[in-house]
Write a protein that binds this ligand. Structure first.
Ligand SMILES: C[S@@+](CC[C@H](N)C(=O)[O-])C[C@H]1O[C@@H](n2cnc3c(N)ncnc32)[C@H](O)[C@@H]1O
Length: 352
């Protein structure tokens, strides 16, 4: 059976004791992850973007942390904290509010952003949500291993299943570009935020950045899969069924990646949703030019083939080029040319 995204909305699972509030009364059995989409299911998802989200992200949930080198140690704690700090830079009130009491993550994936932000001291209690049951399952398992106070729900970011004025902070990483109606989702974010509460979304592709990232990714994938057909590189070739499964899932990518953003347009969307103190920042130019080929290559060769030295090279290279971006290129390159855009804003307090 195909997992329908609509089955997931308003169902929840938790690794902490459920509270008695109304928001948890409708808890039922969560829809099961569906990690192996068939060709027929992929076909059906071509005309149903939310079904595609579930199939695509359920497919990659269990391998997602490895694919994207996600960890829950100092490296990714610093990275997540860095994205938060960069998003709110210039707004001292964001730092003085730390730690936020209760935080929500939309499109949590495996929990990379919120779990690492919690470890960095940004929030005390967390709620992770995602359209993909497989992702929520992995995020909760990660939270449990880390001993964090986190509950989770399978939920659509356009209809957030929490009461008004519930959260002090709402975060997301690499999720807005998957949501059909971004403004509707931000309206929902403002609804569930307490007055004065903040949202921070990072890791969204800019329109220009997405163009060069995809182009670099395509070339790297083609070159690697062709080169590893050569007999002396056979040990670097992934089993054919894994390559076929990757191709089927990659076909869904075009369906799940809905938007790229111009930073100014994104600010207008947030303002139009009702936010105030809105600010978009961009980052990663040279770092993205290295990062996309590196990540595509990692996905194209057998798991475990590239050892620790490769990981050190990839992370060290990214860090060095990020430094160049931040300290040199930010001052001379227009903000729309960077790969990543992030946005923050505040829910206005009610008028007296
Ligand atoms: C690119 S992944 C990012 C995951 C994670 N935030 C990270 O940075 O590692 C995007 C995630 O958004 C989820 N997603 C897509 N559309 C969604 C929607 N309408 N509501 C909630 N989650 C959604 C996907 O299932 C997926 O887990």
């Amino acid at each position: 059976m195909t997992a329908s995204p609509h089955d997931g909305v308003n169902r929840s699972i938790s690794n902490s004791v459920p509270s008695a509030s109304s928001e948890t009364d409708d808890r039922q059995v969560d829809p099961a992850p569906n990690p192996h989409a068939t060709a027929e299911q992929v076909e059906a998802a071509r005309s149903d973007t939310k079904l595609a989200q579930v199939l695509y992200h359920d497919w990659e949930a269990e391998t997602y942390d490895d694919k994207w080198s996600i960890s829950y140690d100092e490296r990714c704690i610093d990275y997540a904290r860095g994205r938060f700090d960069q998003a709110v830079s210039g707004d001292a009130s964001a730092q003085s509010a730390l730690p936020y009491g209760r935080a929500l993550e939309l499109g949590c994936g495996t929990g990379f952003f919120l779990l690492n932000l919690m470890q960095a001291g940004i929030a005390d209690k967390g709620s992770v949500t995602d359209l993909s049951p497989g992702m929520v399952k992995v995020a909760l398992r990660n939270a449990e291993h880390l001993g964090l106070d986190v509950d989770g729900r399978v939920a659509d970011a356009e209809t957030i299943p929490y009461d008004d004025n519930t959260f002090d902070l709402v975060v997301g990483h690499a999720v807005l570009h998957h949501i059909p109606d971004v403004e509707q989702s931000l309206r929902e974010v403002l609804r569930v935020l307490k007055p004065g509460g903040r949202f921070v979304f990072a890791g969204e592709p800019t329109t220009v950045g997405n163009f060069y990232a995809r182009w670099l990714g395509r070339i790297t994938w083609e070159a690697t899969t062709r080169a590893t057909k050569l007999p002396f590189l056979a040990s670097w070739r992934k089993p054919q069924e894994e390559l076929d499964e990757s191709s089927r899932a990659a076909a869904l990518e075009a369906v799940v990646d809905l938007h790229t953003f111009d930073p100014t347009d994104l600010e207008h969307i947030a303002l139009s949703a009702g936010a105030e103190s809105v600010q978009a920042n961009t980052e990663e130019f040279a770092a993205a030019l290295l990062g996309w080929p590196v990540r595509t290559f990692e996905a194209a060769v057998p798991e475990g083939k590239l050892g620790w030295n490769w990981a050190k090279f990839a992370f060290g290279g990214w860090k060095t080029l990020s430094w160049v971006d931040e300290n040199v290129l930010q001052h001379v390159v227009p903000r729309g040319l960077f790969y990543n855009v992030m946005i923050t804003g505040i829910k206005p307090a009610p008028r007296a």
